[in-house]
Design a binder for this molecule. Structure first.
Ligand SMILES: Nc1ncnc2c1ncn2[C@@H]1O[C@H](COP(=O)(O)OP(=O)(O)OP(=O)(O)O)[C@@H](O)[C@H]1O
Ligand SMILES: [Mg+2]
Length: 238
């Protein structure tokens, strides 16, 4: 059984039919990437999984259990955590306070809390140097790290990452991708949305290609990166 599964999911914004029957599966331990042009429905898929949007039809299953009827805080408690597009951190809170907010489902007295914090600060030494700094004064790349770090503080089984490399300098992009791989190796299953499809396919096990709210291709990351249509449309190769 897949860890996370979407079955024929339809999601709307008012009358706008954004997801038109998405079915996909993410297995324990995998990095799965969602590829697609602007407006294809990638963020909508992640928001539907994390409960920020409710599908009008279809089901979202975690370990075989329906979660699409649950409020988003319950879904976080079950181990699904999202790092949203556009680094939505709390600008007036310090780095440490931002990370604490991510751990809100666990008590700070939880013996694991300190270990979680250490793990995040080990992954992102730049954040360790800046624990007392206000989130809003971090550079763009540092805010991105904070958003990912905050998502990790809930100790997720499944991490949903929406464009973690957006707006970052190439050297930081490399760093973020290698950190995503580390997080995966430490046991977290990852669903990754990325504009940088080439790099996403480089670290993913499998991928799905989304086009106007529908999945048009799914394969191993290797085969997708060799696929001519994918190369032309999403990898900037021809
Ligand atoms: N809040 C909203 N209200 C109305 N329509 C929306 C809303 N959010 C997204 N949409 C529409 O839903 C569709 C899918 O959007 P989504 O944000 O999921 O795309 P995306 O694949 O994440 O694109 P991008 O690569 O630009 O982030 C688009 O047509 C978009 O205009
Ligand atoms: Mg998006």
């Amino acid at each position: 059984m897949a860890l996370l599964e979407l079955q024929n999911v339809h999601t709307f914004y008012g009358n706008i039919h954004a997801l038109k029957g998405i079915s996909l599966a993410v297995n324990e331990g995998e990095i799965v990437t969602l590829i697609g042009s602007n407006g294809a429905g990638k963020s909508t898929t992640l928001r539907t999984i994390s409960g920020l949007l409710s599908p009008r039809q279809g089901q979202v299953l975690l370990n075989g259990r329906r979660i699409d009827t649950m409020p988003s805080h319950e879904i976080v408690k079950l181990g699904v955590s999202q790092s949203p597009e556009g680094r939505r951190i709390f600008p007036r809170l310090t780095v440490l306070e931002n990370l604490e907010m991510g751990a809100y489902i666990h008590s700070r007295r939880d013996p694991q809390y300190q270990a979680d914090l250490e793990r995040v600060l080990d992954l992102f030494p730049r954040l360790r140097e800046r624990v007392a700094q206000k989130g809003g004064t971090l550079s763009g790349g540092e805010q991105q790290m904070l958003a990912i770090g905050r998502a990790l503080m809930s100790r997720p089984h499944v991490l949903l990452l929406d464009e973690p490399s957006m707006g970052l300098a190439p050297i930081l992009v490399d760093q973020i991708f290698s950190i995503v791989q580390d997080i995966n190796k430490q046991g977290t299953t990852i669903l990754l949305v990325e504009q940088n499809a080439l790099m996403a396919l480089g670290i993913a096990h499998r991928g799905y290609v989304l086009q106007t709210g529908q999945i048009v291709l799914s394969d191993s990351a290797k085969r997708l990166s060799e696929n001519e249509t994918v190369q032309k449309a999403y990898l900037g190769l021809d």
